[in-house]
Design a protein around this ligand. Structure first.
Ligand code: MN
Length: 130
């Protein structure tokens, strides 16, 4: 697998840079948005294979952005992973309810991140049970 496109919505420039450097070194393509509004606007054009979604954003929070993305056809089958500093059970649960498939805790572990994303890309999205 090479060249998978990751769309990363994150307001913190250091985090954006870090993830970009780490993932690009592992042959991912990384496109970033700085806030929820920009994320929603860019997402359909980016057509990512996976979305990394910061939860604490200055405008629309990552839960809401995820819920809105899931309403779009092309975002129903790709993994969306929440990134949050508050790795509490309630946050993880809320992320799942919002439409995220999983949860990656901040600070980001740069050694495991590429492997985690590859696992998700292989596994694909957990279909919601109906
Ligand atoms: Mn943030």
């Amino acid at each position: 697998m090479a060249g998978e496109k990751v769309f990363y919505v994150e307001d913190n420039p250091q985090n954006r840079r870090l993830v970009q450097v780490v993932l690009m070194a592992e042959d991912f393509e990384v496109i970033t948005a700085e806030n929820g509004e920009e994320g929603l606007k860019m997402a359909p054009e980016v057509k990512p294979d996976l979305v990394l979604m910061d939860i604490n954003l200055p405008d629309i929070d990552g839960y809401e952005v995820t819920t809105r993305l899931r309403k779009l056809e092309m975002f129903q089958d790709i993994p969306i992973l929440a990134l949050t500093a508050n790795a509490m059970a309630t946050d993880a649960e809320r992320a799942l309810k919002a439409g995220c498939d999983g949860h990656i805790a901040k600070p980001i572990d740069v050694d495991t991140l590429p492997h985690q994303l590859r696992d998700w890309l292989k596994k694909g999205r957990k279909k919601p049970q109906s």
